[in-house]
Ligand binder design. Structure first.
Ligand code: CA
Ligand code: CA
Length: 234
């Protein structure tokens, strides 16, 4: 009579397994660890199913109920959201206003820009990143930091089209630098460009916040609304 070792060895029906090792052997019950390439297994899809059969001494066990499966989730972690502003503008210039905000994952080179609707999506999040901070910026706007927790698989939406992440207009570039505050220095820049239109040499596109082609009291009011704030005020 041959000995019946309890060496239960799941056999997978596809050859995606790149390695098997014994991780535990207690009282004849052996635990194995299998390694798979999730990308290969899921073949570009968000999920894949791994079917396996349990054998012992090359015989199937539990013949009547022996076909098990594991669903593998390969959905890439993604962070998405919408950026908006807190002033009125004409629908004709919506794209100009909402697009082009840079959204960067702090401490990495991962970044993207908002589209015509202010929407952004960052899909190349490293698998082991569970939380991060987004830096949202654009010339003329006060940089905003947004902490994102629970980054993992699936989509983490930080804001929606109806309730976007609002950025405040008013942090002017001075010698190419924004100082992360909206204060008198910014107001002075606006004053220098005051009463100009897009054809004028003194006109500064980034300070024409509502993009109506002129820098006037409306732009001053937009800045004043956010006056005396810093990135930490959000
Ligand atoms: Ca400033
Ligand atoms: Ca304007």
């Amino acid at each position: 009579m041959r000995s019946f070792q309890r060496s239960i060895l799941p056999v997978f029906n596809r050859s995606y397994c790149s390695g098997i090792k014994v991780i535990n052997n207690v009282e004849g019950i052996i635990k194995y660890e299998y390694k798979f390439d999730k990308n290969e297994l899921c073949a570009g899809k968000d999920t894949g199913v791994l079917y396996f059969t349990v054998t012992a001494d090359e015989e199937e066990l539990y013949v009547s109920d022996n076909s098990k499966s594991i669903v593998i989730n390969n959905e890439k972690a993604k962070i998405s959201g919408y950026v908006g502003v807190n002033f009125n503008y004409s629908p004709d210039v919506e794209e100009q206003i909402l697009s082009g905000f840079t959204v960067k994952v702090e401490g990495t080179d991962i970044s993207t820009k908002t589209d015509a609707n202010g929407y952004f999506e960052i899909s190349d999040i490293p698998e082991d990143m569970k939380e991060c901070t987004l830096e949202i910026s654009k010339s003329g706007y006060l940089k905003r930091y947004v902490k994102v927790a629970g980054v993992g698989t699936g989509n983490t939406a930080v804001s929606s089209e109806d309730a976007p992440t609002v950025l405040w207009a008013g942090d002017a570039q001075i010698d190419g630098v924004q100082d992360g505050a909206i204060n008198l220095e910014d107001l002075v820049q606006l004053a220098k460009a005051f009463n100009t239109e897009s054809s004028d040499e003194q006109y500064v596109t980034d300070l024409d916040f509502n993009k109506d082609g002129v820098i006037n009291m409306i732009d001053i009011f937009i800045l004043i609304k956010n006056y005396n704030t810093a990135s930490s005020s959000y």
